[in-house]
Write a protein that binds this ligand. Structure first.
Ligand code: EPZ
Length: 422
């Protein structure tokens, strides 16, 4: 049986909502436990499919894993005895590629099927491979399996040709136990990088500069167990900020780090939306039509590509015409065709979308073409007149914890139903 999300639109979101742990941190931290010879306790994990897949993946290579309260994972990595990752598990998500760096770091050998994940355009991993090779590994692709092997990993300077979250984390993982010093230049600066580096340092690694564009890693021989809590998810928070404003609501999000949300808050303020920032919470109040703005997605601290899709739905309700430029993923406007079926007036040419503010959308059956596209459809459903039925919600379940419960608690009419097919 498949499932769909059904939304009866037109309700303001109001109230207080707790934000979960960050998916894109969790998917880096969980594979990193492979490098430890002890027991790691990871707290504040979001209860999402990607975390469950990664847990299964750890078990499949020999780790002992216990999950407590759906949010804490206790992993004993000392029993890991395989450097080969199962195809069925790897294809479920992008982050399975972190097992290349982690297994290479531990066994000097890794065999990981080419990763799956959201279809948002070509997703090369040449920068990851460039990094592994600089450390002394030989990397080949055979029948869809990435095979990496090294006699010895030796620290090296690595300059990334593109700013890549995945390559930065993967190279850190491979370099932690390499001999000597590795520097990653033009590194990504996303909060996930800092979170993974903090986790690795808590295990005994020596990483400096995470969060800047030069990261220095001094190889260590052994990593112990440790305890770590995942940072709040600024993409989940951004999605609810946008949903609150789109419904002309008044929502306070707790368990957030407001500085991580600065690019989103700044744009929303520019639109005339009230944003109040506190130490670890943020309040969004929108009681009138916002102004149109132009947005260009960029690596952190720029406007995050992962909030571009829901944000474009908010722009459909703004006064005037907005221009949205997607500079990270060329396939991230696929949801626009679905949005148009709800009445949106959006023209896409290459990586630019021109979004006309039209006020209302109309509910209909739509499809979640990827994770954040699914979130965009949810925001569209919340403001649409009538009923919106969203199919292919497996993508949404990969990244949003308790989505319907959270929205219901804010006053939305949203439910999940079983259906025969998407
Ligand atoms: C991570 O993807 C996130 N995924 C993505 O979130 C997010 O959109 C992206 O970072 C950017 O913030 C995970 O953390 C699992 P990149 P990643 O390597 O690491 C190019 C979501 O919705 N590139 O930073 O795969 C690439 O084509 C997901 O939560 C190369 O050219 O992204 C892209 O244009 C979707 N060669 C740009 O760099 C490489 O070797 C940034 O990609 C690697 C990347």
């Amino acid at each position: 049986m498949k499932e769909k999300i059904v939304i009866e639109g037109g309700n303001k979101l109001t109230g207080v909502l707790n934000i979960s742990g960050a998916k894109n941190s969790a998917v880096g931290v969980i594979p990193a436990v492979v490098l430890s010879s002890g027991t790691c306790i990871i707290k504040n994990l979001p209860n999402i499919k990607d975390v469950i897949y990664l847990k299964d993946l750890l078990v499949s290579i020999g780790a002992k894993v216990e999950v407590e309260n759906n949010s804490t994972m206790v992993v004993d990595s000392s029993t890991i005895d395989s450097y080969t990752v199962d195809y069925e598990l790897a294809k479920q998500m992008r982050a399975s590629y972190y097992f290349i760096g982690a297994l290479l770091g531990r066994f000097k050998k890794a065999e990981v099927p080419f990763p799956g994940g959201c279809d948002i355009g070509v997703r090369p991993i040449d920068q990851h491979i460039k990094g592994f090779e600089a450390l002394g590994a030989t990397v080949t692709l055979e029948h869809g399996i990435i095979k990496a092997e090294a006699k010895e990993l030796i620290g090296a300077p690595i300059y990334l040709d593109v700013v890549s979250v995945g390559a930065t984390i993967n190279i850190m993982l491979a370099a932690i136990r390499a001999k000597g010093i590795t520097t990653i230049e033009n590194a990504a600066k996303e909060p996930y990088i800092v979170d993974v580096a903090n986790f690795l340092n808590a295990m005994g690694a020596n990483i400096k500069g995470a969060g800047t564009d030069i990261i220095k890693i001094k190889g260590v021989e052994e990593l112990k167990g440790c305890e770590h809590a995942i940072i709040p998810d600024f993409i989940e928070a951004g999605t609810y900020m946008v949903a609150a404003a789109a419904t002309r609501g008044d929502v306070t999000l707790t368990n957030v780090i407001p500085t991580h949300l600065e690019a989103i808050s700044a744009k929303m303020k520019e639109m005339g939306i009230e944003i109040h920032e506190y130490e670890d919470s943020i309040r969004i109040i929108c009681d009138k039509n916002p102004r149109a703005v132009n947005i260009k997605t960029l690596p952190y601290p720029g406007f995050p590509t992962d909030v571009q899709q829901p944000m474009s739905v908010l722009l459909c309700t703004a006064e005037g015409t907005s221009i949205v430029t997607e500079s990270i993923w060329e396939g991230r406007f696929k949801y626009v065709d679905e949005l148009k079926r709800m009445g949106a007036k959006v023209k896409v040419e290459d990586r630019v979308a021109v979004v006309e503010g039209i006020g209302k959308l109309g509910g209909t059956s739509v499809y979640a073409t990827d994770l954040r596209a699914g979130a965009a459809m949810v925001v569209a459903g919340l403001i649409a007149e009538g009923e919106t039925i969203i199919g292919n919600i497996k993508h949404i379940d990969r990244g949003y914890e308790f989505l319907e419960d959270k929205l219901v608690s804010l006053g939305a009419k949203i439910k999940r139903v079983k259906v025969e097919s998407d």
